[in-house]
Design a protein around this ligand. Structure first.
Ligand code: NAD
Ligand code: UGA
Length: 465
């Protein structure tokens, strides 16, 4: 039986960092080295003060503290870690392509391919290569091709082990996952042995019945399917939120009533200003692209609608602000509370806040942002990335401040865009006093659920009510 002694993980991001920290903590006899080409990121993972690790995730610093320098290492020496490893996880980014064939839809696999070529160049002993990144179905085939044809004649087994953690709850999700999916070549002895080697690692802390093994293609496609289903639920309830606003129904009451049906279930039915995050949109676009490339246009159109609904929801929320403020926000100050795509993370990728801000800036508003975890430079970088206006203009028309109260001062409107717990505890009457009248509040997260006009001091709009 193959016993793994050394693991290398390429990519020290939101997935590589937390997953490897938990594996290292749970398997003290295995050395885990996480490598990245981003020197700054690796330096932050190695920061003496464990609170400065580059990813904010509740509970993560304690796990890193326990395992770091015992059997968990962060390094920029990618070659050395590959050379030493029996098992290599590939956990690099797979963003939507921004050029060429499949632009705006297909996954950009250049980082994956670079990893494969590097593994092939460096490896002198047999390796199990694990796809941790989310990949189009049949990517393992391309990986195998590169490894077998450019390698040094060593044997490779390719496994697919997609990650299902959600940001903000990553540590809990890794400690107690609903399931761990491992795809491998179950028809051959070597394939089965590789699968067992990975099963043995997870079995250190996860009950065997939750370790699901499938063929590689099912595993790759299941990951895209899971994200598509989750995002579809959010778009479905968001579609209902607009109908609720027209009919006097309340979307939270509707989701409760619907979710109590055990066949439907209560999770992922919270209406919002739109889903964000680095993966839902990217993975659905990828699914749409794959479907189209097989000529399955009806399948592609079906899934594309999930994205179109999400774009509509973000636009609709921003338009509601403009409409309520007497159809013009030109020169008006609007405070945005929250910039991260959800609470308990500093990740802003595809956050609804970026698009709401952009819409309001196009309407000539002045924006003030407060987020408890997102750095100022990240906010400007997100706006610059849209390429809608110059970097100088973004800096002059968007201010970033350190408290919600500061953000609301002299604002015409406040919009809640991330469901940070601290926003629930705000002294809303004080906020109202600081604002220009008539003042408006837009709750894009239904955060102030049980609050009334009397509690808050002013009328407010809550999405779906
Ligand atoms: P990320 O951008 O945070 O991290 C990826 C890291 O890989 C970066 O630090 C980058 O510098 C590094 N990298 C890229 N090419 C490299 C190379 N050739 N050698 C060494 N390092 C390299 O991305 P992420 O959020 O961790 O996502 C990684 C993958 O996991 C993606 O495919 C994503 O779809 C998937 N995923 C993400 C999440 C999530 O919550 N973020 C959850 C499940 C799955
Ligand atoms: C999601 C999946 O939940 C993970 O299983 C998956 O591993 C991950 O994508 C990935 O592949 O990257 P994540 O994007 O981190 O995780 O966070 P979610 O909790 O899924 O939230 C995504 C977005 O949907 C957020 O903007 C959130 O606010 C929004 N959302 C979620 C709603 O608007 N309503 C809901 O009911 C649930």
């Amino acid at each position: 039986m193959t016993r793994i002694k050394n693991i290398c993980c390429i990519g020290a991001g939101y997935v590589g960092g937390p997953t490897m920290a938990v594996i290292a903590q749970k398997c003290p006899e295995i050395n885990v080295t996480v490598v990245d080409i981003n020197e700054e990121r690796i330096a932050a993972w190695n920061d003496e003060d464990v609170e400065n690790i580059p990813i904010y995730e509740p509970g993560l610093s304690a796990v890193v503290k326990e395992a770091r320098d015992r059997n968990l290492f962060f390094s920029t020496d990618v070659d050395a870690a590959i050379d030493k490893a029996d098992m290599i996880f590939i956990s690099v980014n797979t963003p939507t392509k921004t050029y060429g064939i499949g632009k705006g839809m297909a996954a950009d696999l250049k980082y994956i391919e670079l990893c494969a070529r590097q593994i092939a160049r460096v490896s002198k002993t047999d390796k199990i290569v694990v796809e941790k990144s989310t990949l189009p179905v049949r990517t393992a085939e391309a990986l195998k091709n590169i490894l077998d044809n450019t390698g040094n004649g060593v044997n490779y087994q390719i496994l697919s082990n997609p990650e299902f953690l959600a940001e903000g709850t990553a540590v809990g999700d890794l400690m107690e996952p609903d399931r761990v999916l491992i795809g491998g070549d179950l028809d051959t002895e070597e394939g089965q042995e590789a699968v067992n080697a990975l099963v043995d690692i997870y079995a250190h802390w996860i009950p065997r019945e939750r370790l699901l093994t499938t063929n590689v293609w099912s595993s790759e496609l299941s990951k895209l399917t899971a994200n598509a289903f989750l995002a579809q639920r959010v778009s479905s309830i968001n579609a209902m939120s607009e109908l609720c606003e027209k009919t006097g129904a309340d979307v939270n009451e509707v989701s409760k009533a619907v979710g109590m049906d055990s066949r439907i279930g209560p999770k992922f039915l919270k209406s919002s200003v739109g889903f964000g995050g680095s993966c839902f949109q990217k993975d659905i676009l990828n699914l749409v692209y794959i479907s189209k490339s097989f000529g399955l246009n009806d399948v592609a159109d079906y899934w594309e609608q999930v994205i179109l609904m999400n774009d509509h929801q973000k636009r609709r929320f921003a338009a509601k602000i403009v409409q309520t403020l007497f159809n013009t926000v030109s020169g008006k100050k609007i405070a945005l509370l929250g910039w991260a795509f959800k609470k308990d993370t500093n990740d802003t990728r595809e956050s609804a806040a970026i698009y709401v801000a952009d819409y309001l800036l196009n309407e000539q508003a002045e924006i003030v942002v407060y987020d408890p975890k997102v750095k100022t430079e990240q906010i400007y970088a997100d706006l610059d990335y849209l390429n809608t206006r110059s970097s100088e203009e973004n800096r002059s028309r968007v201010k970033v401040v350190n408290t919600s109260y500061e953000a609301a001062k002299d604002a015409h409107a406040v919009a809640i865009l991330t469901e940070w717990d601290e926003f629930k505890e705000l002294d809303w009457k004080k906020i109202y006093d600081e604002m220009l009248k008539p003042a408006f509040l837009f709750d894009g997260r239904r955060l102030l659920e049980r609050k009334t006009k009397e509690d808050i001091g002013f009328e407010f709009y809550a999405i779906g009510s």
